[in-house]
Design a protein. Structure first.
Length: 394
């Protein structure tokens, strides 16, 4: 048995001769105290196999998927991501990943296992976007496991996502919005709802606005913060500062809001002479309102008048109302999307809605078609008509 020494950490090759006289080559490499071996009948085959795995880490220990996911969330997501992102990842793992592969060992997971997770999500009739999110979370988790040498390869590769028809985004009709505002007529939150509709702000961005962000003279407000689920100010969803134009109605809503705050003696407006750093839409105590509370109060107002409504639905309604009047780039900036493709992915079908114009074009085309049919019918009838005088002469 001959041994061929190689460079440090590259392992060694052993040539073995079997009793029948045949030769076999075996490669051995020690990585982090774990020995791995590869064998082949020829040096050429062995070299090919070595090159395929020599830089891959060895999976260490029997770590279960659920245990790793929990550790990954606490060490890699919670300290680095926003609270909302952490909650989304945790829900995806607890509902859609761990129930199916959580008890399995990390190093045994194959792409087919991840595809099974997606298949189960499809059976539950989740949207394509949600299934893509599940795939993303799984990939991020396994990618970190690869770096920590828990697995030798990220199995979330070439995972197919079923195509499901997306649900149309719900927007409010004028009658529905009027009904909601009627339900809020005696509420201190009516100006905020009108302002939300006019600016398409996310609820966290709306509730994080301060009077210093408002520029009435230039008719704009600066959106540079958003409240998270614990009502703590932080970056916007896209971590992007953007400017939102203020319409006449939006400015009127701000004036109504300030009047309301003064009338109720809100601490946010009377805290000091310079109230520029005070919240624009605070609670009765002058503090930031919890975003979940804002969602609840709007939903309850809608329920009173039989309208299903949410803060984000106001954002959708803004896009629908202004479609065709704002170019894509400006709409992207107003919505605070990082890229225009994001705006198109979310609202592409709404922005391209020209059914009224198309219906008119179809009407014109078929009117022409009908005229041509009538003309053709008249030609055929004229050829068969025999004058009465000629008929009598016969």
């Amino acid at each position: 048995m001959a041994r061929t020494r190689r460079m440090n950490h590259e392992g060694s090759i052993v040539k073995k001769t079997k009793p029948d006289g045949s030769t076999r080559y075996e490669w051995r490499q020690m990585v982090d105290g774990v020995m791995r071996t590869v064998s082949a009948a020829t040096m050429a085959d062995l070299t090919s196999k070595i090159n395929a795995i020599k830089d891959m880490p060895i999976a260490s220990g029997k770590v279960r998927v659920a245990d790793w996911n929990k550790k990954w969330l606490e060490t890699s997501v919670l300290p680095l991501k926003k609270a909302a992102t952490y909650d989304q990842y945790r829900i995806m793992i607890e509902k859609h990943i761990d129930p199916f592969i959580g008890k399995r060992y990390m190093k045994t997971i194959k792409p087919s296992d991840i595809q099974f997770v997606i298949a189960k999500a499809n059976e539950a009739k989740l949207s394509s976007a949600t299934m893509k999110h599940i795939r993303k979370v799984a990939s991020c988790s396994f990618e970190q496991a690869l770096k920590d040498r828990i697995v030798g390869k990220n199995p979330v590769e070439k995972i197919d996502i079923p195509v499901r028809q997306a649900k149309a985004k719900k927007v409010l009709t004028p009658a529905e919005f009027k009904a909601v505002m009627s339900a809020l007529s005696k509420s201190r939150w009516a100006p905020s709802v009108r302002f939300a509709l006019e600016t398409a702000l996310r609820r966290g961005e709306l509730l994080a606005l301060k009077w210093s962000d408002i520029n009435i003279k230039e008719k704009k407000c600066t959106v540079d913060e958003a409240l998270d689920r614990s009502a703590t100010p932080g970056d916007t969803k896209s971590s992007k500062i953007h400017q939102v134009p203020l319409s006449v109605s939006a400015i009127r809503a701000l004036q109504d809001q300030k009047t309301m705050l003064r009338k109720e003696g809100n601490p946010a407006i009377f805290r000091s002479r310079n109230h520029s750093e005070a919240w624009v839409f605070p609670n009765e105590s002058g503090n930031a309102l919890h975003p979940c509370s804002y969602y609840t109060l709007i939903a309850k107002a809608g329920k009173k008048v039989g309208v299903k409504v949410s803060p984000h639905m106001l954002r959708h309604t803004f896009v629908y109302i202004t479609r065709g009047g704002i170019n894509l780039k400006d709409l992207q900036n107003i919505l605070g999307h990082e890229q225009a493709t994001t705006t198109l992915d979310i609202y592409g079908d709404m922005l391209s809605d020209k059914t009224t114009e198309m219906a008119a074009e179809v009407d014109t085309a078929f009117a022409k078609f009908d005229l041509e049919m009538d003309a053709e019918a008249e030609k055929k009838t004229a050829g068969r008509v025999v004058r009465f005088a000629a008929k009598k002469a016969k």
